[in-house]
Design a protein around this ligand. Structure first.
Ligand code: TRP
Length: 399
């Protein structure tokens, strides 16, 4: 009986998206996800508004709908238009030594938002979360948090506007008070409903969501936002993080805060094809910021799923299937020149351009990007990490 029920449930759940699992039978259906989660699609009028308010062209991730969904982003823009500021909050669970390209996407976008809106940013490193979920020791999680902080700093954040913190170091004081207030508003049934915890899960997991919720409220950072309890918060993240913030938004009014706004991205597809998030356990499913030019070339040539036809004759005749082609998807993220992307899509789709040529262009772009990141990361010193992570006021954070 029980068994039947659970297999039935699995058949109904053709896709699973939560902070710990992203899987689908075929491609992720993002329209369905928007509907199920209850967020809104980011439409052209909002993108135009961002361009107008910031006086800059919209970021490529907005133009290409990589960031495709939101909650109350329009309210952030309304307030900004009235001259009110906000702060940005994002984070990373430090579960691996090296980041892959998908990990960089939210940070590249957050850097753009920080520059365009000239607002402060807090970055949470959830070393506690990864310690509890990934079976890492406390010490190893803390070490990874610091290593990952270097990659994050290498994305170019402004030290005069950015506070990076590790949960193990920072949780306490006002932050902890907010955690407790949040926890008191959420029943056990509620977290089970949102996150799907079972009786077999250890209680650390059940108690974690308030840790990720607390940075959404300005009073968690008294060294930055004392006297600014009305300050709004905007969270750029991948859409798998939405459950945490659905919970946060639910409790916010009861604690007297604005609900945090969200701007949410697609998942970055694995080299093997678009069926979910990349798997950290298969190094050939992703390109890492530590890969050499040769690694990148090999991975793209060997593993990147191609929508090209099986023979040159057929390819010339039928053209490539752009819908499933991974090199085209990756170019959509990282080739900034709209005209060149359009040209490649047209020529490749019509069979005049071959898979090898598209892969070659992608290899060039990613090699350059990874090289640039590597140089930037090598320039990040321990002193810089300490400076970003110091609990300190940021007097120029809105300038
Ligand atoms: N839970 C996220 C992860 O595993 C890390 C995180 C914490 C985060 N706070 C965040 C991500 C806010 C986005 C926005 O990667």
């Amino acid at each position: 009986m029980d068994k039947n029920n659970s297999s039935e449930n699995q058949e109904q759940e053709e896709q699973v998206v939560n902070p710990w699992e992203v899987s689908a039978k075929g491609k992720i259906d993002y329209d369905k996800l928007i509907e199920k989660f209850g967020c809104q699609r980011l439409d052209q009028s909002i993108i135009d508004r961002v361009a107008r308010l910031t006086g800059r062209p919209p970021h490529v991730f907005l133009r290409r709908a990589v960031f495709f969904a939101h909650r109350d982003f329009n309210e952030i823009l309304d307030a900004y238009e009235r001259g009110e500021k906000f702060y940005l909050y994002t984070g990373r669970g430090p579960s691996s030594e090296a980041l892959h390209l998908g990990h960089l996407v939210p940070f590249m976008f957050t850097k753009y938002l920080q520059d365009a809106f000239k607002v402060p940013l807090v970055i949470q490193l959830t070393d506690d979360e990864k310690c509890m979920w990934k079976n890492l020791t406390v010490e190893e999680s803390q070490r990874l948090a610091r290593e990952n902080a270097k990659d994050i700093i290498a994305c170019g954040f402004d030290a005069s506007k950015t506070f990076i913190f590790s949960d193990f170091d920072y949780v306490g004081g006002s932050f902890y008070k907010n955690m407790v207030k949040i926890a008191k508003c959420v029943t056990y049934n509620k977290v089970v409903g949102i996150f799907g915890f079972t009786g077999e899960d250890h209680i650390g997991k059940v108690s974690f969501p308030p840790v990720q919720a607390a940075p959404s409220f300005p009073s968690s950072f008294p060294h930055l936002f004392t006297g600014m309890d009305n300050l709004r918060c905007l969270i750029p993240c991948a859409i798998d993080q939405d459950p945490y913030f659905r919970m946060t938004r639910d409790v916010a009014p009861r604690l007297g805060y604005h609900k945090p706004a969200l701007i949410e991205s697609l998942f970055f597809p694995a080299l093997q094809g678009e069926t979910g998030k990349m798997s950290a356990s298969d190094p050939n499913s992703a390109i890492y910021v530590t890969d050499s030019g040769k690694d990148i070339k090999n991975k793209i040539n060997k593993y990147a799923f191609s929508g090209g036809q099986d023979s040159v004759e057929n390819h010339r005749k039928y053209g490539a299937n752009l819908e499933v082609d991974i090199p085209i998807k990756y170019l959509g993220f990282f080739l900034e020149d709209d005209a060149e992307l359009e040209y490649i899509r047209t020529e490749y789709g019509a069979g005049r351009m071959l898979t090898g040529e598209v892969k070659k262009r992608l290899t060039e772009i990613l090699t350059e990007m990874v090289e640039r990141h590597r140089r930037a990361r090598a320039a990040v010193t321990d002193e810089m990490v300490d400076a970003f992570m110091a609990v300190r006021p940021l007097p120029n954070m809105f300038r």
